[in-house]
Write a protein that binds this ligand. Structure first.
Ligand SMILES: *[C@@H]1O[C@H](CO)[C@@H](O)[C@H](O)[C@H]1NC(C)=O
Length: 604
């Protein structure tokens, strides 16, 4: 949506008065908003962008009502929310009519309701607009989303962006992937705007365009391919060891979802987000289904291109394996694949796109992530708020926890001190997503060594995690003191098999592994639970975490397989151990669909 200054300001303030008396704050008093002490590792500076280069800038503005979004999110997501109940019981028909009226569990919000919760104060908009006007940014290049909570400045000349943000945008190239991006190692804002503008992107988030993909993609050797093809029994003896192939029927069996037939396929959708221009091919999905879910050979997906960049010529492994598993586990549930262009701030651009739609998928699987420390804190917090908005809209948003155990060596903190710490992953560390770790083996399942897990340095531990996480910390004692943050959000929340997933790419069979595979699997389970709720005329589960962690009879814990063995080595340590209860290897455990179904049947 584009607005001009006049209509925006008159709509917001109800008067044109302010136009006649432009504010004249000290736009020149610039204060640093964020800066790295050095160019992020693996990036090298190539120089100035060509003359005339433009950039799209995204600004997150301070909401007028600071806590409104998160308060509302808890109300609609936590079956035990104090607003719903008198004591620690549920809002249920046995309670009074008055109480039922106050019970908002499952009453997810519309796009407009969310916009109202996150909208900035008109003073904030007024101030930001005068600043933009002062710098000659034409109103035609400014658009706002979510009630003005985010502004997009489209096609801003880099020279002007440098001026606005006290930045020095340069072209940087990734040492390995050779990807090129336009970023600045630091940026500033006028001091008077610091209380109003939460973050600006793209600025200092460099990311690593390829490495966040969490699937080490092993091209199946001829032997492995032959094994996979003969894998009707799902468990195959390889030369040295028992090799379990995580085929759809194996997973459906393991997670007790074999019997379920989706019944709400007119309402329910499973979304898969792909970043970096990744997308799958229909032919590969068809071949996969013919081989591994033959009753679903007609499965399709809709491909949504976020932004207007053309899709790359080639489809991609990650996207292929993701959609093949979500489709095969939930057939005939409709599938939507989002392809987000390369070079963009994927998290931001994707979430802003989805939030702008009236209808969004009830379950969303994303197999991408990166070191939390690569995101500056203010930026991570704002991206995390976008996930909170998705949750408030009723989406269960799942992210892979990562494939680096407690961290990828050398685990050096990027603040210039050279100190070593475990490296948590983002968005897994955001409390408003459900982070999925990995397991291996099935007799019983064991935490996968690759499964990333640990503790955020940006997000404090939500109350609902206390009863699960504190016993783990107590058990850990002072081991690893100083290497992790004991007061913050622990992740992952759930887990699923992470090894030996066959998939089809450009007509050929591959095997892959990683929490990239675990996410579509868990998303498949959640999507079927949502299907069940919808088929009973009930609300979908939305943001899962408060329900996952509640340990009363209607909480999810009774429907999860607790994983009590395994560990996630990294940073030259043995990593954390999977133990009874929650742990930062497998979270609360792997899903038992049949049991979860009984539990959600009792939820209001
Ligand atoms: C630990 O996490 C909290 C947020 O939960 C944060 O405020 C604090 O700075 C973190 N400490 C370190 C050493 O990163």
């Amino acid at each position: 949506m584009h607005y001009n200054w006049l209509s925006v300001l008159s709509v917001l303030t109800g008067s044109l008065f302010i136009l006649a008396t432009p504010l004249s704050p000290l736009w020149d008093d610039m204060k640093v908003k964020h800066a790295w002490h050095t160019v992020p590792a693996n990036w090298e500076i190539l120089g100035h962008p060509p003359v005339g280069t433009t950039i799209n800038l995204y600004l997150a503005l301070k909401p007028h009502r600071e806590d409104a979004l998160i308060d509302a999110l808890y109300e609609v997501s936590d079956p035990r929310h104090p607003k719903h109940v008198l004591s620690a019981t549920f809002c249920a028909p046995m309670y009074s009519f008055v109480l039922l009226l106050r019970c908002r569990y499952g009453l997810h919000l519309s796009k407009d309701q969310v916009a109202e919760l996150v909208a900035p104060h008109s003073d904030t908009l007024e101030l930001v607009y005068s600043w933009l006007e002062h710098h000659g940014v034409p109103s035609s290049s400014v658009s706002m989303t979510h009630g003005g909570s985010w502004l997009t400045l489209t096609g801003i000349p880099v020279i002007q962006a440098n001026d606005l943000l006290g930045a020095s945008y340069r072209v940087y190239q990734h040492a390995e992937t050779k990807d090129r991006i336009l970023r600045t190692v630091g940026y500033a804002l006028p001091a008077v705007l610091h209380g109003h503008v939460r973050t600006v992107a793209p600025t200092t988030y460099f990311g690593s365009p390829r490495t966040p993909q969490q699937t080490p993609r092993n091209h199946a050797s001829r032997a492995a391919a032959a094994l996979a093809e003969s894998a009707s029994g799902e468990v195959v003896k390889s030369l040295s060891s028992r090799m379990i192939l995580s085929t759809p029927s194996y997973l459906r069996h393991l997670y007790n979802m074999m019997e379920y037939v989706p019944a709400a396929t007119l309402q329910n959708t499973l979304g898969v987000a792909g970043y970096f221009g990744d997308y799958p091919r229909q032919e590969d999905l068809t071949t996969f289904m013919e081989n591994y879910r033959s009753d679903g050979a007609t499965a399709t997906f809709s491909l949504i291109q976020v932004g207007d960049e053309a899709l790359p010529n080639e489809p991609n492994h990650e996207a292929s394996s993701n959609i093949q598993y979500t489709a095969a586990l939930t057939y005939p549930t409709p599938q939507t694949f989002y392809s987000t262009p390369n070079g963009e701030e994927s998290y931001l651009v994707w979430a802003n796109y989805v939030l702008a739609q009236q209808d969004i998928p009830q379950t969303i699987s994303t197999s991408y992530g990166g070191d939390e420390q690569d995101f500056n804190e203010a930026y991570a917090i704002e991206v995390c708020r976008l996930f909170a908005m998705l949750g408030a809209r009723g989406a269960s948003v799942l992210y892979g926890s990562g494939n680096d155990g407690v961290g990828r060596r050398p685990c050096i903190v990027n603040d210039g001190t050279g100190r070593v710490q475990f490296l948590p992953m983002f968005p897994a560390s955001c409390p408003f997503v459900t982070a999925v770790g990995g397991t291996i083996s099935d007799g019983p399942e064991v935490g996968a060594p690759l499964s990333s897990g640990g503790f955020s340095n940006y997000f404090k531990r939500p109350d609902f995690q206390d009863r699960a996480v504190l016993p783990f910390l107590q058990n850990l004692g002072n081991r690893y003191n100083g290497l992790y943050n004991a007061t913050s959000r622990g992740f992952p929340d759930l887990a699923a098999q992470a090894y030996n997933y066959p998939f089809i790419f450009k007509g050929e069979l591959y095997l892959t592994q990683g929490t990239s595979c675990s996410v579509p699997t868990v998303a498949g389970v959640i999507s079927l639970l949502n299907d069940y709720r919808l088929s009973k005329g009930k609300h979908v589960l939305g943001w899962l975490n408060p329900w996952l962690y509640s340990d009363d009879e209607n909480g999810a814990i009774g429907g999860l397989n607790d994983i009590i063995m395994g560990s996630n080595p990294g940073c030259n340590t043995a990593g954390f151990n999977a133990i009874v209860g929650w742990d930062p290897v497998t979270g609360l455990g792997t899903p038992d669909f049949g049991k979860l179904l009984q539990i959600i049947d009792r939820l209001p």
